[in-house]
Write a protein that binds this ligand. Structure first.
Ligand code: ATP
Ligand code: MG
Length: 256
């Protein structure tokens, strides 16, 4: 365990989660370690968002154990942050949203000003600093949500499809920010549907399918040919939602 570790690694043991009698997360056992950046891949409904929420502590799983094993692991709140698939904005200005997050971490006022300036600059939102955050476009809200989480300097940052609504230029900007976040020592755990992005940002890939982790391997191993058949189909673009219900694909998609 590196000396400066506060809460990592995160240890999951036989974690399952059911909602209304349906098991959506199935018997996951793994560790998320310091400075191992993990990308989570898998088709819609595979359980990526549920998995991230369970790791972040927002959902207590129906079965199994989720524990941060580092010295401050019993109080992990201060050292982790999450950006949701649909960004959550307070009814305040862009700056107000940043201030609220930083105040919750008891950052002194003078440092707060420079952190906010730096973050808005890095996310390209400086000119919108005084605009109401809920008036921002979805992509701008996503950038603010990432900046806001980053400014808290968490040890681990969970990102749920942070570039899903972004144009190519904004995606590039966000990837640059994620790289900066990695360099600053924060460990990233992120769901994405963008295979190129996963290749660029990951050290490790988790492939989820119907709530199970079917592949947990280094990025090199995964992209050079995953062992699991379903992961191979997924990489070829074949593993889509109709496999869930054994339906025939719609005619316009038959050639996929
Ligand atoms: N609160 C809930 N109530 C009922 N079912 C839920 C709830 N949350 C998640 N599910 C179900 O759990 C399954 C996994 O959902 P999840 O959002 O984790 O998928 P995902 O892999 O993130 O998909 P996507 O790629 O579309 O974001 C889905 O079938 C979903 O319907
Ligand atoms: Mg999701």
């Amino acid at each position: 365990m590196p000396n400066n570790t506060k809460i990592l690694p995160l240890d999951l043991k036989n974690v399952s989660h059911s909602i209304n009698g349906m098991r959506y997360i199935k018997d996951i056992t793994l560790q998320l370690g310091t400075n191992v950046n993990t990308m989570i891949l898998g088709p819609n409904g595979a359980g990526k968002s549920l998995f991230l929420r369970i790791c972040h502590g927002l959902i207590t799983p129906s079965q199994g154990e989720v524990k941060f094993l580092g010295p401050s692991g019993a109080q992990p709140k201060k050292y982790q942050a999450m950006v949701f698939q649909k960004p959550v904005m307070l009814q305040r200005s862009v700056i107000g949203n940043m201030e609220f997050a930083l105040k919750s971490q008891k950052i002194p006022k003078n440092r707060m000003v420079s952190i906010i300036e730096e973050t808005l600059e890095a996310t390209g939102l400086s000119r919108l600093a005084k605009v109401s955050a809920r008036e921002l476009s979805t992509g701008e809200q996503q950038r603010l949500a990432i900046g806001r989480a980053w400014s808290l300097k968490p040890e681990i940052l969970f990102l749920d499809e942070p570039t899903a609504n972004l144009d190519p230029a904004a995606t590039h900007v966000v990837e640059k920010i994620i790289n900066e976040i990695k360099k600053s020592g924060t460990t990233i755990v992120m769901a994405t549907h963008d295979l190129g992005q996963a290749k660029r940002l990951a050290d490790n890939i988790l492939f989820l399918y119907r709530g199970r982790v079917l592949e947990n391997s280094s990025v090199e191993t995964f992209f050079s040919g995953p062992k699991n058949d379903l992961a191979q189909s997924f990489l070829r673009g074949e593993l889509l939602w109709w496999h869930r219900q054994k339906l025939k694909p719609p005619s316009e998609l038959r050639n996929h």
